[in-house]
Design a protein. Structure first.
Length: 214
């Protein structure tokens, strides 16, 4: 764990340089339209999305009006990390699962620095660990500790089950990082559903030994 934290601190310096401001509210939401908090109405202008037209106000006969929205002041970020046995391939201490853990840890620290609310779901063919989204460095270290101390109960994979679990737990739109080697079947329908409801970032872990014999 000490070696991992040392490595992450080195990454953290680079991450900080990429962050313009750490003040809450400076995060520009990636979601537009109905996913944001309603603010007011204004007169329709050429090029406005017709889906934002407020028909109730427009029906009063004083012109066409569209709804305006306020960007959310904080972003919920959920990391979904596949910890099944298929990740145990690669060089010693640099297997796919090790890379997945490092990516998750680094992005967790980056998200916390942006004042995001961050959560973690580690999964195999069942829920291995779930940490509700929260804020602050103390919360991020709880996530890091969970990532690197976890000994999975199961060696199997069930992406569909993990995606459905996450969809059931998230009550608002979120950025979801799904980190897996995707060695599984029958999950595409759920994956597409997640992509429609949330902003989904897929990171596929791969080792050349899976396609070329050493």
């Amino acid at each position: 764990m000490k070696d991992i934290l040392k490595k992450l601190r080195k990454y953290e310096i680079r991450v900080r340089k990429a962050i313009n401001s750490q003040m809450q509210g400076d995060f520009h939401s990636i979601f537009k339209g109905s996913g944001l908090e309603f603010d007011d109405v204004r007169a329709y202008q050429y090029g406005d999305d017709v889906r934002t037209i407020d028909w109730n106000v427009t029906a009063k006969g004083h012109g066409t009006f569209v709804k305006t929205f306020i960007e959310e002041k904080e972003q919920t970020v959920l990391f979904m990390l596949d910890v099944s046995a298929s990740g145990e391939i690669g060089k010693a201490n640099h297997q796919k699962i090790d890379l997945g853990k490092e990516i998750t840890a680094l992005l967790t620290m980056s998200a916390v620095k942006e004042s995001s609310s961050v959560g973690l779901l580690s999964f195999s063919d069942q829920k291995e660990t779930y940490i509700k989204p929260g804020k602050g460095m103390k919360h991020s270290y709880e996530i890091l500790s969970s990532i690197f101390s976890l000994n999975p109960i199961s060696k199997k994979t069930n992406l569909d089950h993990a995606i459905r679990f996450a969809l059931g737990m998230l009550k608002r739109r979120a950025v979801i990082f799904l980190i897996s080697d995707f060695i599984d079947e029958d999950y595409l329908h759920s994956l597409k559903g997640m992509a429609r409801k949330h902003d989904l970032v897929v990171i596929q872990l791969f080792d050349k030994r899976e396609s070329n014999m050493p």
